[in-house]
Design a protein around this ligand. Structure first.
Ligand SMILES: Nc1ncnc2c1ncn2[C@@H]1O[C@H](COP(=O)(O)OP(=O)(O)OP(=O)(O)O)[C@@H](O)[C@H]1O
Length: 264
């Protein structure tokens, strides 16, 4: 394993209800790489994320974060190095929680603070909220935010901790086209920060694969169809196999598009 390895799965297998949901996944994310995971509904993307974040144990194989191997290390500690932003988080946050507290609580990966955050936490949270272009939301309560604002605030929350890998599970779901574009540009900006975590974005839309994403992982029916550098992996042929239908991938000025030619 190279010193640059942040995350590695080896023959990771996940069986539930007698079904092999993940069938021996080998994958490695190295420092400086930003990944996109693509795959049809039900192919196992969320299951893979659950193994990496330790929310589910692998049935077989190895999950490694840096030097730590799942099962040999205190995963509650290891988990602190992998951030996860998912829509399900939004349902756990109290409607009346101040936005500033939502962000500040990310330092210890806690939800809903019982005591107000310290002045230094507030200062850091405030800086992140401003960098996200959300300064006007600093005094808002969680329940009043729009979907796009919630996504941004959740990412600010994740950035409070010093994650090495930040997993974004369909971060653009529910965003209007303009909000999505703003959001993606902000994500690009984050990826250029000197201390940026490696981003891993799960999406169903190739339009969201901005130039800052360097690698692509294609997951099909619990198996790796292909993975590697974006330009090598993203082809019409590979995506047609991935989705089981003829599709045509377009690339114009660094942005991808996908046309479904023939559904099966
Ligand atoms: N704990 C579990 N017990 C039984 N089946 C499960 C469990 N977790 C996931 N599955 C099944 O495994 C398959 C993969 O689910 P998963 O949520 O990982 O897919 P996904 O690729 O994230 O899908 P989507 O794109 O629709 O979000 C699905 O058929 C799901 O029903």
């Amino acid at each position: 394993m190279s010193a640059d390895s942040l995350l590695r799965t080896q023959a990771a297998t996940f069986v539930r209800g007698g079904r092999r949901i993940l069938k021996g996944i080998d994958w490695e994310v190295k420092r400086g790489e930003h990944w996109c995971i693509l795959g049809p509904n039900g192919c196992g993307k969320t299951s893979l994320i659950n193994l990496i974040t330790g929310y589910e144990p692998a049935t077989d194989g190895e999950i490694q974060i840096g030097e730590d191997v799942f099962g040999n290390s205190d995963w509650r500690e290891v988990r602190k190095r992998v951030g996860l932003v998912t829509n399900t988080l939004t349902t756990y946050i109290e409607p009346g929680e101040p936005v500033m507290h939502v962000v500040a609580s990310g330092r210890d990966a806690k939800l809903n603070l019982w005591t107000p955050p310290s002045a230094s936490l507030k200062k850091q949270a405030s800086g992140l909220i401003e960098a996200a272009g959300c300064a006007h939301l600093k005094k808002s309560l969680w329940a009043t935010l729009s979907q796009g604002e919630k996504q941004k605030i959740l990412i600010c929350r994740a950035l409070m901790a010093r994650f090495e890998v930040l997993i974004l599970d369909e971060p653009c779901a529910g965003l209007d086209p303009v909000a999505r574009e703003h959001f993606l540009n902000w994500m690009s900006e984050i990826s250029s920060w000197p201390e940026a975590p490696s981003l891993v974005m799960v999406t169903h839309h190739v339009e969201e694969i901005l130039p800052c994403l360097t690698h692509v992982f294609l997951l099909r029916d619990g198996e790796v169809l292909n993975q590697g550098e974006k330009a090598d992996v993203l082809t019409s042929a590979a995506l047609s196999t991935l989705y089981g239908a003829k599709v045509k991938l377009g690339l114009k000025e660094g942005r991808y598009s996908l046309k479904v030619m023939e559904a099966v």
